[in-house]
Design a binder for this molecule. Structure first.
Ligand code: SF4
Ligand code: SF4
Length: 297
């Protein structure tokens, strides 16, 4: 059994309790405009090109069987359409201007990578989190990974958008200690406009998950021009207040990170909106607390 992996991040402190190792898996079922990880969107392997690291040595063009790299008047051109993601150019690029997203890893390899950090889990109450993209698009891989990690006594969490079939949840449920579950907007049409998909399946899965009794932390990305307003938050708070078993709600305020869209040849969709001020985050939390929810920030 293998999974398609974008990266492993160590010493993470925002992906569940304690110090965690987070595995970012390839492929997502949504396309949120504010996505900070566009390299995880496509389920297929792809090559990231970091133009600022390229020294123009031409090694990539020498090894590429598809002729996907070329140089026009000293400027590097990468034709993604003809790339088959064989990875030869990545191996040849010594300055690290090319990066492979979507490496196939076995469950055993992934388990070994996670267990390298087990001392941190023991001292901090941490563990492993699978994220993405949408990790549950690779539910069988996650389940086998978690089964092995559970046998080694490691706490396991899933960071999900909820936009997958209920069967995917059932596959990982026996081995999952915590779900970090994104809920973005209660209005179907607004949700569709900003994420590319409706919210029906997401809300239905959360209802079923809450009934299962597994601990859930709901995460709300606080996005200006989308849900960072009293009306949207109040509707969300009202809906969530009826759910059993929500341990807490966490607000994830929008922030401007360096855009990675160009690296994977995508149009940058991140909103050019001001980031929420601490006062606005406090006000948003107060709206949710008004519905009896415990809000972490
Ligand atoms: S091998 Fe790397 S550094 Fe050299 S031209 Fe290609 S992308 Fe640039
Ligand atoms: S991954 Fe393979 S096909 Fe794609 S650009 Fe690099 S060498 Fe060419």
């Amino acid at each position: 059994m293998t999974g398609r992996l974008v990266s492993v991040q160590r010493l993470c402190v925002h992906d569940g309790p304690g110090i965690r190792t987070t595995l970012f898996l390839k492929g997502c079922s949504l396309a949120c405009r504010w996505c900070h990880n566009p390299e995880t969107l496509s389920p297929k392997p792809e090559i990231g090109f970091h133009a600022r690291k390229c020294v123009g040595c031409g090694k990539c063009a020498e090894v590429c069987p598809q002729g996907a790299h070329s140089f026009v008047e000293g400027s590097h051109h990468f034709d993604r359409g003809s790339c088959t993601a064989c990875g030869k150019c990545v191996a040849a690029c010594l300055p690290g201007a090319l990066e492979y997203y979507g490496r196939e890893v076995s469950v055993e390899e992934a388990v070994a990578a996670v267990l390298e950090d087990r001392t941190f889990y023991a001292t901090s109450g941490g563990g492993c989190t699978v994220s993405g993209g949408e990790p549950l698009l690779q539910a069988q891989f996650c389940a086998e990974l978690f089964r092995a990690l559970h046998a080694a006594g490691v706490h396991c969490a899933v960071d999900t958008s909820g936009a997958v079939s209920w069967q995917s949840f059932e596959t990982v449920l026996p081995y999952t200690d915590l779900f970090l579950y994104d809920v973005k907007h209660i209005d179907e049409q607004i949700h569709r406009e900003h994420t590319g998909s409706g919210n029906g399946m997401i809300l239905e899965n959360l209802t079923r998950l809450a009934e299962s009794g597994v601990p859930i932390e709901v995460r709300i990305p606080l996005i200006p021009g989308f849900n960072a307003n009293q009306e949207s938050l109040s509707a969300l708070g009202k809906w969530l207040s009826r759910m059993p078993n929500i341990a807490r709600v966490r607000l994830l305020p929008y922030h401007l990170a360096r855009s990675k869209y160009e690296t994977v040849g995508r149009r940058d969709t991140m909103p050019q909106a001001p980031i929420p001020t601490p006062e606005q985050v406090r006000e948003a939390a107060a709206v949710l607390e008004g519905w009896g929810l415990e809000v972490g920030r």
